[in-house]
Write a protein that binds this ligand. Structure first.
Ligand code: E4P
Length: 220
C-alpha cells in the first residue's frame, strides 16, 4: 500500500520524505490556503521534492472551467494530479482530462456509487473520505470495503486512495482491505511509529549495553 502525505506544508513534507517511505502528496484548497507564498510555486517545490504524484484541486465549478484550470495546474509539473470534486461537472471534467492523458483524482467521495462513477470517468484515483463519514456516525471503513469489492469485479485502473484519515487504525484497516493508497496528515504518519514496548525495549537494550561496557572497563 502506498503512503501519501495530506499536507501543503513544505517543512512537514520535507521531514517525512526524508524517511524514505512516502509515495506522494495530496493537497486541497483548505490545506494550500494555510501556506504563505504563491500556491503554484509551493506545488512546484513539493513536486520536485517528492518526485511522485501530487494532487492539486480545481476551485472552478463548471466542467469547462475545471478543464481549463486542470490543464493549467498540470502545466506546473509532470507530477501534478488534478483533483476534481464528485459533481456532475467534476465527473465530466475528469473524463475530458483523463482522455487527454492528465491524471485525475476524484475527491469528496462518500458512497460506493460515487466511486463507481469516478472509475467509469477514467479517474486515476478515487478519494473516499473516511474520517468525515466517521464524524457523522457512519463507518468510513465500510465504504472502503465496498469500493474494494466493487473494483475487484472489473478491470478498472482507478486506485483507491483512502482520504480524511484520522489515526493509525484507518491505515491498518485500509491495508488489510487491500486499498491502494492512504493519505495521512503528518501527525497520523508520526503516530504509526509509536509503540510503548518499542520505547521501553530500546531503553533497556541501551541501558544493559552501557552497564556491560562500564563493567568491562572497570575489570580492565
Ligand atoms: C484528501 O485528499 C483530502 O485532502 C483530505 O484527506 C481531507 O481530510 P479532512 O477530512 O481531514 O479535511
Amino acid at each position: 500500500m502506498k503512503l501519501f502525505i495530506d499536507s501543503g506544508n513544505f517543512k512537514d513534507i520535507e521531514a517525512l520524505v526524508a524517511l524514505g517511505i512516502i509515495d506522494g502528496i495530496t493537497t486541497n484548497p483548505t490545506l494550500l490556503s494555510k501556506e504563505p507564498g504563491d500556491y503554484r510555486d509551493n506545488l512546484k517545490k513539493i513536486c520536485q521534492l517528492v518526485k511522485g504524484p501530487v494532487s492539486a484541486e480545481v476551485v472552478s465549478t463548471t466542467a469547462q472551467d475545471m478543464i481549463k484550470e486542470g490543464r493549467d495546474l498540470a502545466r506546473i509539473d509532470p507530477h501534478i494530479v488534478v483533483k476534481t470534486p464528485l459533481t456532475r461537472d467534476g465527473i465530466k471534467a475528469c473524463k475530458a482530462l483523463s482522455d487527454e492523458g492528465t491524471k485525475v483524482n476524484v475527491t469528496l467521495v462518500f458512497s460506493a456509487a460515487q466511486a463507481l462513477l469516478a472509475a467509469k470517468a477514467g479517474a486515476s484515483y478515487v478519494s473516499p473520505f473516511v474520517g468525515r463519514l466517521d464524524d457523522i456516525a457512519t463507518s468510513g471503513m465500510n465504504l472502503i470495503a465496498e469500493i474494494v469489492e466493487i473494483f475487484h469485479n472489473y478491470p478498472f485502473k482507478t486506485e483507491i486512495l483512502v482520504a480524511s484519515t484520522r489515526g493509525p487504525i484507518h491505515i491498518v484497516e485500509a491495508a488489510r482491505m487491500g486499498a491502494d493508497i492512504c493519505t495521512c496528515p503528518p501527525a497520523v504518519i508520526d503516530a504509526l511509529f509509536n509503540h510503548p514496548l518499542t520505547d521501553n525495549g530500546l531503553k533497556k537494550f541501551l541501558a544493559d549495553w552501557e552497564k556491560a561496557q562500564a563493567a568491562a572497563t572497570t575489570a580492565r
